[in-house]
Design a binder for this molecule. Structure first.
Ligand code: F1P
Length: 345
């Protein structure tokens, strides 16, 4: 994450085509619509990107699974810019989406980790994450780096449209503080292991979040599925009433991402509903929250940051929770069964 943020993304990378955002200034200036397409964790990073770009720049964004994009007939008109996101740069569906978009005349910018990968080479431009190799199959630091790059894309687009210089500087400073704040969360690993011990035998988990933390809920659930083989679903907290609430009982832990922000009261009302149905709650909230300890069985406190950057913070305890549950279950977290590092077929 530090490398991604140190500005290396602004410089050309030898033979590689992903020369950074500055190299694509023209494409970024002229766009009127963005499509982001990716698979798995990269897709959830794309969802955060959608929120960021629409909030900061007011440009309409659609996010679509690359695994679907290739099978339908997406409308791409002049002024549509396509971003493909892939840690490995080799995911077959994402590569196919890239080619489909290019066939339709779109400029495609890649956000990739693997230097010289096929997606990096075939993209018309873009950004390398420089996050270092992902040792495990399940993406973790790639997610943080992808969201960081998307925050920078949003900031750049916003500065050219409606974000003032002061707001831009404040946002950039907030991004720069994130690595230290993540270091603080990593110190909670032992505490999260203790929490994990209580839930190691669960068969189903529900993850809930609102707004910027909805994609994090999806990503948290994916991490648990990938490495612990426990079924988990991520939902927007307000959707709970439209179905998943029927599942809630003492056997299904609910992970609620509930930072103390403008939506906190709404999430708290979800928490009360879960409690009233005997559900067990693991809450992730910010250090200034005093209310959740009355309802949640376990509370993980994280530093408070700008709501737009909260996914960079809240994803980490969820990664640690999935990691500890998986280790306690005796799983190989680096090589989970049935999963490939690059899904090339
Ligand atoms: C996409 C992805 C990862 C997941 C696993 C399988 O990969 O779904 O998010 O953790 O590794 O592939 P990529 O296109 O980002 O490399």
């Amino acid at each position: 994450l530090r490398n991604t943020m140190r500005g290396r993304l602004l410089f050309a990378d030898g033979s590689a085509k992903l020369a950074g955002l500055d190299a694509n200034r023209l494409e970024l200036r002229n766009l009127n619509r963005i499509i982001i397409t990716a698979c798995g964790t990269s897709y959830y990073a794309g969802m955060v990107g959608e929120y960021l770009i629409e909030d900061l720049a007011g440009v309409p964004v659609e996010v679509e699974y690359a695994s679907e994009f290739r099978y339908r007939n997406p409308i791409i008109k002049p002024g549509t810019l396509v971003f493909v996101i892939s840690q490995s740069g080799e995911t077959a569906d994402t590569l196919a989406a890239l080619r489909e978009a290019q066939t339709k005349g779109a400029t495609v910018l890649g956000i990739c980790n693997a230097v010289g990968s096929t997606i990096a080479r075939e993209s018309n431009g873009g950004v390398y994450l420089h996050a270092g190799p992902e040792i495990g199959v399940a993406s973790t630091k790639a997610f943080s780096s992808q969201v960081t790059v998307l925050a920078m894309v949003a900031l750049l687009l916003g500065r050219e449209r409606r974000v003032s210089a002061e707001q831009g500087i404040e946002f950039a400073h907030a991004i720069a503080k994130i690595p230290e704040q993540i270091e603080e969360i990593l110190k909670l690993s032992d505490k999260i292991r203790e929490i994990a011990k209580k839930y190691v035998n669960a068969h189903n988990f529900l993850y809930l979040g609102r707004h910027y933390n909805y994609p994090v809920a999806m990503e948290g659930a994916l991490k648990l599925k990938e490495i612990s083989y426990i079924h988990a679903e991520g939902y927007p907290a307000a959707e709970m009433k439209h179905g998943p609430i029927a599942l809630i009982d003492e056997n299904m832990p609910v992970v609620v991402i509930a930072p103390k922000d403008s939506l906190f009261d709404k999430v708290l009302s979800n928490v009360r509903e879960i409690k009233a149905r005997g559900g067990r709650i693991i809450a992730v909230t910010t250090e200034d929250c005093t209310e959740l300890s009355d309802y949640a069985d376990d509370v993980i406190y994280v530093p408070k940051v700008n709501s737009m950057l909260m996914p960079l913070i809240t994803c980490v305890p969820l990664q640690l929770l999935a990691y500890h549950i998986a280790v306690l279950r005796g799983n190989d977290v680096d090589q989970p069964r049935n999963l490939a590092k690059s899904v090339t077929v």
